[in-house]
Ligand binder design. Structure first.
Ligand code: 26W
Length: 799
């Protein structure tokens, strides 16, 4: 598109949408018109891409995920289409600043954390790499809540993203699907054999809304299809088909509640009916859609697995297994055996967590009541699976109870996936080893080769090129722009490792980004930070296993040593960003602890030139885009064996931050890339954690035998923090703490002493920073999606 064409299109969009001239339009009207111009352009490309994909009979991947943490789209789309500067110029003529439009866009926060953001990075990379892919999820009216901190306590407010973000969605009511819940099943013998009838069900309509996914410099446009729930009880289809959405949708609230709000939990499964409904709703709608498209093109479902792979992102869409069976048998007349063969060959699964409380289970009672037909299928899958293990793997007879899909009154979704899917993978080398040796060990023995690894990745164009343009420009000047499409080329930077002028420019860029973040901090929480201080960031969901508490406890220790022992350190600013699940009391208590610490330290003139703490409220994708480029220290300090991979660690690394971390998740691979001399490793390893756990972890002994630690904890017991009581936290640390904060405390403290020392040698620090950037290419999601495409999905690119 030329600048002239863009200008025409924006002008036309303004007139068509708002019946006025661009010169007279409000900023909001311009904003909506620019989005509409981009959507039109992408739709055009999407339709010709679909034709080409159909013509080439390409195999496609359907990525099923309850979460897609998309963030903002405008900048990303303009960047990917290569029209950002042209649009900026057109808008300038209208006296509109493009940056201002960027700020008007809300994040599409359709996810909680890492798993959702990963799905968004993968769609972006799949498109850039020209793989035909569609994402399927739910059109939540409310995404992840807006976090406000009131007197240290997290409060949650609704996130009505559609009001300003709905312009990206294209409704496709013509492709709506019907979903059936509740009721009873009846088995009937007829001349064709046994037929199962689902009766007295409750109907809900699933209406698709498409969000176009542009890939950088790509031949194709993919889409994310989000299903919205509409009531069918009081629903007038004829009004709807005529486009009279509002009138037609005056249905009852029960159905429409299904797509109302994202579950704001990423740590424990609650077993709530609404969540089960959400899962079945989007799984069933998506699979019906996939089968219809396939039949239309090929006239048969016999070759489904040759042309389609359905990827199950964590167990949340695990109902794909019985639902695909149901559709093949009940709607398309396949026998059990034939349907099972197709189902197993079509479905692949990624596990994202080994935490037992996050592994989904549904009580038989609830499951069978709301999904009666699906339950009968799961029962039969379980019966056949157990029979197979009993007959063909006698050595595993003792493990059948553990491996079964149904057990202890529950339907176990992870077991369902592993029993059926042709591929199961973990998300980092360490995590995948734990799956093979621990969580799924018995399955690994009977299905050798099924379990594999694909280490996570990030779309480096968003996380480096777009969010850190200064650094991206410097890299381009030094090694050309090949790294934009081939992350591995970042390694060419290594030749500047000892080039003082390059290292100084790196430092200047970091400083600029720190100034940008400082302005944000002052604006959002009124704290003035010293931009020459070390910017040390821990940004991720709040969870005990991620150990924000370890960092906070260390800060309190630093504070006391500065005050009482005259310790001098390089000025240090600790920055936190973290949402806690609404009902997770301990996580909220940890936020309260960090905030109280901040209030006390930031207002104490005795330390204010050396220490500051900032808790940034409402951590989200768009905030991460300001944080990552400004960070110098990246806190990745989970208890070894608990963080499946982490992806924030990769985003910090590619922006030149140095990791202080345990040997957990992808930190292990970061360490492999940069070596111990370019990061700050500390703490127990996974085998050490396991040994310690087996022998019994007794933090009260650590407390009793370490006078410094005892003194530190006692002072919290005695004085609280800034007058606020945190006895519960101390009792937790010396009592049940399953994440062993005290066991790693001294090692962590030593790692920080080293950070402080190395920071005193800027050339050294910047050299380490450059090595981190240079070695981050392997964590590009382009690499990750290629591994999926080549080793698991067997896809080829569109030619
Ligand atoms: C409420 C049920 C539930 C349980 C688990 C919801 C969501 C989850 C997810 C598994 C949480 C999640 O985001 N996991 C993260 O996935 C990332 C992408 O693979 C990894 O990098 C993180 O280590 C992992 O915690």
């Amino acid at each position: 598109m030329t600048q002239k064409e863009i200008k025409e299109k924006i002008r036309n969009a303004v007139t068509e949408k708002f019946a006025c001239e661009a010169e007279d339009a409000t900023i909001r009207q311009i904003y909506e018109s620019v989005i509409s111009m981009v959507v039109q352009e992408l739709s055009k490309r999407s339709s010709s891409a679909s034709k080409e994909i159909a013509h080439q009979e390409c195999k496609k991947v359907y990525y099923m995920s309850m979460e897609f943490l998309i963030g903002r789209s405008l900048k990303n789309n303009l960047y990917n289409l290569g029209i950002e500067e042209k649009v900026r110029a057109v808008l300038q003529d209208l006296n509109v600043d493009l940056e201002q439009l960027y700020e008007m866009e809300p994040d599409a926060g359709l996810g909680n954390g890492g798993l959702g953001r990963l799905a968004a990075c993968y769609l972006d990379s799949l498109t850039a790499c020209n793989y035909p892919a569609t994402g399927f999820s739910i059109r939540y009216e409310f995404g992840i809540f807006r976090q406000v901190i009131i007197d240290g306590w997290q409060m949650e407010f609704p996130d009505n993203w559609l009001e300003m973000g709905g312009g990206w969605l294209i409704p496709r009511p013509d492709e709506a699907q019907e979903i059936h819940f509740d009721g009873q099943v009846e088995e009937l013998w007829s001349s064709e054999g046994l037929k199962t009838i689902h009766k007295n069900y409750y109907k809900v309509l699933a209406v698709p809304y498409d969000l176009m996914i542009s890939g950088y410099d790509s031949k194709i446009v993919n889409k994310l299809r989000l299903w919205g729930a509409k009531s069918l009880e009081n629903f007038d289809m004829s009004l709807f088909s005529r486009g009279e959405y509002l009138k037609s949708c005056e249905g009852d609230a029960k159905a429409e509640a299904i797509s109302r709000v994202l579950y704001p939990a990423d740590d424990h499964e609650e077993g709530k009916v609404l969540r089960l409904r959400q899962q079945y709703f989007f799984v069933s709608a998506s699979l019906q859609n996939i089968l219809q498209d396939h039949l239309k093109k090929y006239g048969t479902l016999d070759n489904l697995a040759e042309k389609v792979v359905v990827h199950i992102n964590d167990t949340h869409p695990a109902l794909c297994v019985p639902e695909l069976m149901r559709l093949l048998m009940d709607d398309h007349g396949y026998s059990w055996d034939a349907a099972w063969k197709i189902t197993c060959a079509t479905l692949a699964y990624t596990n994202h967590t080994v935490m037992s409380e996050a592994l989904e289970k549904w009580s038989i009672d609830l499951f069978s009541r709301h999904l009666p037909r699906i339950y009968t299928i799961v029962q039969e899958i379980n019966r056949r699976f157990c029979e197979n293990v009993y007959n063909n793997h006698p050595e595993k007879r003792g493990a059948i109870d553990k491996m079964a899909v149904i057990g202890e009154g529950m339907v176990r979704m992870a077991n369902l996936c592993v029993a059926c899917c042709f591929s199961v993978n973990g998300v980092s080398a360490l995590h995948s080893e734990i799956l093979k040796e621990d969580l799924f060990r018995d399955y690994h023995d009977i299905f050798p080769g099924k379990l594999t690894n694909v280490t996570n990745g990030i779309v480096h164009r968003r996380w480096l090129c777009e969010s850190n343009p200064l650094l991206s420009d410097l890299i381009t000047e030094l090694i050309g722009d090949g790294f934009v499409t081939n992350g591995a080329e970042l390694e060419k930077l290594l030749k500047f490792k000892n080039d003082a002028s390059v290292l100084n420019r790196l430092a200047e860029i970091k400083h600029e980004n720190k100034l940008r973040l400082s302005r944000y901090i002052e604006h959002s929480c009124g704290i003035k930070v010293n931009p020459r201080s070390i910017f040390d960031v821990q940004a991720k969901r709040l969870h005990e296993y991620k150990r924000q508490l370890l960092c906070a406890l260390h800060i309190y220790d630093l504070y006391r040593r500065i005050k009482n022992e005259g310790l001098r350190i390089h000025p240090h600013t600790f920055i936190f960003g973290a949402k806690a699940s609404a009902g997770y009391v301990m996580a909220k208590e940890i936020i309260r602890f960090i905030c109280a610490l901040g209030d006390m330290i930031n207002n104490d003139p005795a330390v204010s030139d050396q220490l500051k703490i900032v808790f940034l409220a409402d951590y989200k994708v768009s905030l991460a885009e300001i944080l990552m480029p400004a960070a110098e220290v990246s806190e990745q300090i989970s208890l070894a064996g608990k963080e499946a991979s982490g992806t924030g660690n990769m985003k910090f690394m590619i922006n030149g931050a140095l990791t202080v971390g345990t040997l957990d998740g992808a930190n292990v691979e970061i360490h492999e890339q940069v070596g111990g001399e370019n990061m700050f490793l500390f703490g127990l390893t996974t085998p050490e954690v396991n040994r310690w756990k087996a022998d019994g972890y007794h933090p009260d002994q650590l407390y009793r035998n370490d006078p410094h630690l005892r003194d530190l904890l006692d002072s919290i017991l005695k004085n609280g923090i800034g007058g606020k009581n945190f006895e519960s936290i101390v009792r937790y640390l010396i009592g049940p703490d399953p994440y062993m904060v005290l066991a790693d405390f001294n090692a962590y403290k030593n790692a920080h002493t080293k950070i402080n020392d190395v920071y005193g040698d800027p050339l050294k620090w910047n050299e380490m920073s450059l090595v981190n950037i240079a070695k981050a290419g392997i964590f590009a999601s382009d690499r990750a999606v290629r591994e999926y495409a080549e080793n698991i999905w067997h896809l080829s690119t569109v030619q």
